[in-house]
Ligand binder design. Structure first.
Ligand code: 3EB
Length: 333
């Protein structure tokens, strides 16, 4: 069973039997629900002639599908992909919790219950999107509210909140429900940290009452395969944002962080070493007008690598760009 990631402006129109799940990127999406779980990421594409991109994880072999507490999921062998969307308004009035905090906690609770029930407890990679991520409500920035709910769910389901935590990204979109997609499996992910950065789960409390629960990258192992997921990576050195207001310098710094993470990942990788121009990138830019500057700063670093640019808000108000990446290889037996 090998997972293959494909990206196309055209929707996969007919089920071939091997779709595990995926994402739709772009502002103007015709919401056609395919048979498999798809995360709608309603964020404008930049520098792309297509209005929408359809990204799909293909797998060989039969899939099992289900809908569990509103988690739409598919499983192929011992790999599971799922999507859950939660309307915050339904969680207003939960005592002692903001609606976003309660909604985030409930979404992760449901994911953990599903994974436990499926016997696939290892969360590998999570994609988090929420509206108005930098806005303050109830006296706390919304990203920080999300972090409380996420961490409480990890604690409630007796999962560590440091060390063995999934790779992730967390971005702001213009509206809609809290949307979380995830990939999970039976074997533990190998977490990778960045020696240039404080681990996010150890951020000091000046960034919020609870630290974010994610690793800088994860190596994961579908049968016969190794996938490197590099989490959303920004212009942070130690725990501080650097290059305030300079999007080109923030881009170069984020790439220096990715280079450091790739270096660490290569020490743990079972297959051959990963190289920066061979990764596939997704770049989130806060201000659409910064697109040309970001692309120019990236060009010498990634060559002709696959790169998708999206307008989205980054989870610290002073961050102008965030970059995630992935790569995959088959492993000889
Ligand atoms: C950072 O390094 C930038 O909360 O899941 C990157 C990746 C970031 C994931 C998350 C946040 C998350 O802190 C922000």
């Amino acid at each position: 069973m090998t997972l293959q990631y494909v990206s196309s402006p055209a929707a996969v129109s007919r089920e071939t039997g091997g779709e595990l799940g995926g994402a739709r990127l772009g502002q103007a999406q015709a919401v056609v629900a395919p048979g498999w779980p798809v995360q709608g990421i309603f964020a404008p594409l930049l520098g792309c002639t297509a209005a929408v991109l359809h990204e799909t994880w293909l797998c060989a072999g039969p899939v099992v599908a289900g809908l569990s507490e509103e988690v739409n999921w598919r499983r192929a062998g011992d790999v599971l992909f799922g999507v859950i969307e939660v309307e915050e308004a339904r969680f207003a009035g939960v005592p002692g919790k903001t609606a976003l905090q309660a909604a985030s906690e409930e979404a992760y609770d449901r994911i953990f219950r599903l994974l436990d029930a499926q016997g696939l407890p290892q969360l590998w990679r999570v994609w988090n999107y929420l509206a108005a991520i930098n806005e303050e409500s109830d006296g706390l920035e919304r990203y920080r509210q999300f972090n409380i709910g996420r961490q409480d769910a990890f604690l409630a389901y007796h999962r560590g909140t440091t060390g063995n935590v999934p790779a992730a990204c967390a971005l702001g979109v213009s509206g809609g429900p809290v949307s979380i997609a995830f990939m999970a499996g039976k074997t533990p992910a190998v977490p990778v940290e960045n020696p240039r950065q404080v681990s996010a789960y150890n951020y000091p409390s000046e960034y919020g009452p609870r630290s974010p629960t994610f690793s800088r990258a994860a190596l994961v192992y579908p049968p016969g395969q190794e996938i490197l997921f590099i989490s959303g990576t920004a212009s942070i050195v130690g725990h501080r944002t650097v290059h305030l207001g300079d999007v080109a310098a923030q881009t170069t710094e984020a790439m220096a962080n990715i280079a450091a993470v790739v270096g660490e990942a290569n020490r743990a990788a079972r297959g051959s070493a990963y190289a920066m121009p061979e990764l596939s990138y997704r770049i989130y830019i806060r201000h659409a007008g910064d697109f040309a500057a970001v692309r120019a700063a990236l060009a010498p670093l990634i060559g002709g690598a696959e790169a998708v640019y999206v307008q989205a808000d980054i989870c610290r108000a002073d961050l102008l760009v965030e970059i995630e990446a992935m790569a995959s290889q088959s492993l000889g037996s």
